[in-house]
Design a protein around this ligand. Structure first.
Ligand SMILES: Cc1cc2nc3c(=O)[nH]c(=O)nc-3n(C[C@H](O)[C@H](O)[C@H](O)COP(=O)(O)O)c2cc1C
Length: 144
């Protein structure tokens, strides 16, 4: 059974709802999803899972503060996390997600994690974002 950690940062609830949709997808695929706030996500949490899905908002065209702080906090303990950890992300945005997408590419490279597909760019106004997050959860749990 695939164990997937899903961490989110959310101001007004959209990212949290997308994290829960991804968790439903993981469960549908027969996996186990653990959903946490980025502020509570630790290196041992990541080490105890087979894959990581990050769901983050994008304020001011850049990676959200608590999400960046999570990476900064994880960095000294990165040796505890398995190299090549499958890593997927949902970026919930208002206009465009380029700032966060570039930052997450950089973090994946620094940590040596394997991107599990393209980042899911979820516009606030898109009606299918929940379904796309659910599908991402299925794909990650199936190792795709
Ligand atoms: C202070 C603030 C600044 C924002 N700046 C941007 C931005 O520069 N670009 C963008 O695409 N969305 C921006 N947004 C929209 C957020 O990305 C969007 O509201 C958020 O993803 C919703 O997720 P949440 O409900 O989980 O907080 C901003 C939102 C806030 C609250």
């Amino acid at each position: 059974m695939s164990k997937v950690l899903i961490s989110y940062q959310s101001f007004t609830g959209n990212c949290k709802a997308l994290a829960e949709a991804a968790a439903r997808g993981v469960a549908e695929a027969g996996g186990r999803a653990d959903v946490k706030n980025v502020a509570e996500t630790t290196a041992p949490d990541l080490a105890g899972h087979d894959a990581f899905i990050l769901v983050t908002t994008q304020p001011f065209q850049s990676l959200a503060g608590e999400t960046k702080t999570m990476f900064e906090r994880l960095w000294p303990e990165r040796a505890k996390i398995q190299p090549g950890l499958p890593f997927a992300a949902v970026i919930c945005h208002g206009t465009d997600a380029a700032g966060s997408a570039a930052a997450l590419d950089m973090f994946a490279k620094y940590f040596g994690w394997k991107k599990a597909g393209d980042w899911l760019l979820a516009s606030m106004t898109s009606s299918d974002k929940q379904e796309r997050a659910r599908q991402l959860g299925i794909a990650v749990a199936q190792g795709g």
